[in-house]
Write a protein that binds this ligand. Structure first.
Ligand SMILES: [Zn+2]
Length: 58
């Protein structure tokens, strides 16, 4: 059930910042991005359908 902990860090201006990761890393990526770009608004979006989709094999 650890797949439910994946989040995508996003920026309203730049789009996706990083691939899906744990929420702690997603929040950290957003904080770093906001520090570098104070005018940008960031968010982290949870992934709920990771189990049924193909696992990333890259
Ligand atoms: Zn940005």
């Amino acid at each position: 059930m650890t797949d439910l902990n994946h989040y995508i860090p996003r920026c309203k201006t730049c789009g996706v910042l990083n691939p899906p990761t744990h929420i702690e890393n997603a929040i950290q990526a957003c904080n770093i991005h906001r520090f570098n770009h104070p005018n940008h608004k960031t968010m982290w979006v949870p992934i709920k359908s990771a189990r049924n989709n193909k696992e990333q094999s890259k």
